[in-house]
Design a protein around this ligand. Structure first.
Ligand code: ADP
Ligand code: ZN
Length: 518
């Protein structure tokens, strides 16, 4: 076999050119370097290790957690004339012996193996005596406790570093935010300069995020720009899914529901109708996702806060697989933040997990509250980057900023003076000097912060508080009452008093207006 990567690409795979960073990665590994490869699903990670394994002397060892996937890869490779095999635990007796002979005789280009199998008995030890071209660790995020797929056996792969010091190591994954990435690099001792991150941008997808004001009116306005098109509306709960679908039908749309509580048969029927039909709106919980490969999903709307930036990226990513312009809209409000915070606090998860979930929520809120390009924030979460895109709401209409330093000080001091026991609505009442029974009952019409915020209206104060929550100057609620308290970031802000620029809330849109969504 020649070791020219482009020749291998053409003769073995029948492709004319490398995609994105593939060529660079392949060359880097052929030269004997380690590599960390972060690319979205479908980005073409497999070639990144298969071609160097073919180009370099020795057998490529591929560690993959999914036996079914392994079998598919191996049979596809064999059809292309590559000597590939999988060593898994059901392989016994004669077959196993024959495979091991092939390995020893240097007859294999690629050996796929599950981590559990690799770590059993003295297999690793025996492999040290086989010339290896590289070791590729697929789905490398399984190694991270930070990620959602942690597998203890992946942790033991640390041993590869010392047992195979001269063999290039590759770690590949589609899902890795900054902390996951750092964990993978440190465990497998791969340097930062060996990290390749790319291909997360979906330029045909337009991103827009709005404050949740009147979700149905906002959704209706969004859908006006998409008459005759198919799309997905994501909701948090099963009930809301049903209710929203029914409401959309009343509005004259062909809307279906999809959630985990439905009969399997109904669910499948709805999915099939969506898949093959035209101008159908699927109103769904996150249960709807796997296995959708409708190329012409023209829009995705989140009328509740998605689970995380990864979830948002995956879910919006179901739009526009055909590469044509596609539109997305996410709504988020204070209630979503409070609810999500409560989920996290009441989850009963270990502290470390809670801490991680809080950080993921913060990152999502950061995306929602950014005054910069949404795509830049989104891609930077995955370590990828782009110029301001011109295809998101903040690029199209840069949000106005104002000096919110004094406003933030007033809000924090009002929370402090009222004893950190009250929720957003009450704090805003006190800031505005509202004379309600409740305010009088607590004597808060007597305190110094009563009525100090009359320069802004209710809506603006809510936007200010939301941004302070997103900045983690304010903590929401630990018990379910939604009470606000000053967080460490807020205390530091009060100490240092740096200038704080905040977003002016976007002008409220008239409900049911004819304005095109922007
Ligand atoms: P991933 O593992 O990143 O999810 P795959 O390696 O399975 O992605 O590749 C996704 C698809 O793209 C496969 O069908 C693959 O054959 C195809 N592909 C990969 N690289 C190229 C390329 N350079 N040119 C054309 N098609 C490619
Ligand atoms: Zn942009």
């Amino acid at each position: 076999m020649t070791n020219d990567p482009l020749h291998i690409l053409k003769t073995v795979y029948g492709y004319d050119a490398f995609r994105g960073l593939q060529g660079e990665i392949v060359q880097h590994v052929i030269e004997g370097n380690n590599a960390f490869v972060l690319m979205p699903t479908g980005g073409g990670k497999s070639l990144c290790y298969q071609i160097p394994a073919l180009a370099r002397p020795g057998m490529g060892l591929v560690i993959s957690p999914l036996i079914a996937l392994m079998a598919d890869q191996v049979s596809a490779l064999r059809q292309a004339g590559v000597k590939a095999a999988a060593l898994n635990s059901d392989l016994a007796g004669e077959d196993r012996y024959a495979l091991w002979r092939d390995i020893q005789d240097g007859k294999l280009d690629l050996l796929y193996i599950a981590p559990e199998t690799l770590l059993r008995g003295d297999l690793l030890e025996r492999l040290t005596r086989i010339p290896l071209s590289l070791i590729a660790i697929d789905e490398a995020h399984c190694l991270s406790q930070w990620g959602h797929d942690f597998r203890p056996s992946y942790r033991q792969l640390d041993a590869l570093v010392t047992m195979f010091p001269d063999t290039p190591r590759m770690a590949l994954t589609a899902t890795a935010d900054e902390p996951t990435r750092a964990e993978i690099l440190s465990h497998l001792q791969i340097d930062d300069e060996d990290a390749f991150i790319a291909g997360f941008d979906r330029p045909n997808i337009r991103y827009a995020i709005q404050e949740k004001d009147n979700p149905r009116a906002q959704l209706k306005r969004f859908l006006k720009g998409h008459e005759g098109e198919s799309g997905i509306v994501y909701c948090l709960s099963k009930r809301k899914t049903e209710e929203t679908a029914a409401w959309l039908r009343e509005q004259g749309y062909d809307a279906l529901a999809y959630h985990g509580g439905m009969d399997k048969a109904d669910r499948e029927a709805n999915q099939a109708r969506f898949q093959h039909g035209e101008a159908i709106i699927m109103v769904a919980t996150i249960a709807f996702g796997m296995g959708i490969d409708k190329p012409d999903v023209r829009f995705v709307a989140h009328i509740d806060l998605p689970g995380s930036i990864e979830a948002y990226y995956q879910e919006t990513g179901r739009a526009g697989r055909d590469g044509l312009p596609s539109d997305t809209m996410m709504l988020y409000g204070y209630e979503d933040i409070a609810l999500r915070s409560r989920f996290i606090e009441e989850s009963g998860a270990p502290d470390q997990r809670k801490h991680m979930e809080r950080q993921k929520l913060d990152a999502l809120l950061g995306l929602a509250e950014t005054a910069g390009c949404r795509r830049q924030v989104l891609l930077s979460y995955f370590g990828d980057h782009c110029e301001p895109c011109g295809n998101c709401d903040t690029c199209a209409e840069p949000p106005q900023l104002f000096d919110g330093t004094i406003a933030a000080q007033k809000a924090l001091s009002c929370i402090h003076r009222t004893g950190a026991r009250f929720g957003q609505a009450y704090i805003v009442d006190v800031l505005l000097g509202v004379e309600s029974d409740r305010v009088a009952q607590f004597g808060h019409d007597q305190i110094s912060t009563w009525g100090i915020g009359k320069e802004y209206d209710n809506r603006t104060w809510r936007a200010i508080l939301r941004q302070l929550i997103a900045l983690r100057f304010i903590d929401v609620d630990l018990t379910g009452h939604g009470s606000l308290s000053i967080a460490e970031g807020g205390r530091q802000f009060l100490r240092d008093k740096p200038t704080l620029m905040l977003r002016v809330p976007s002008a409220p849109r008239p409900a049911g207006g004819r304005d095109k969504m922007s």
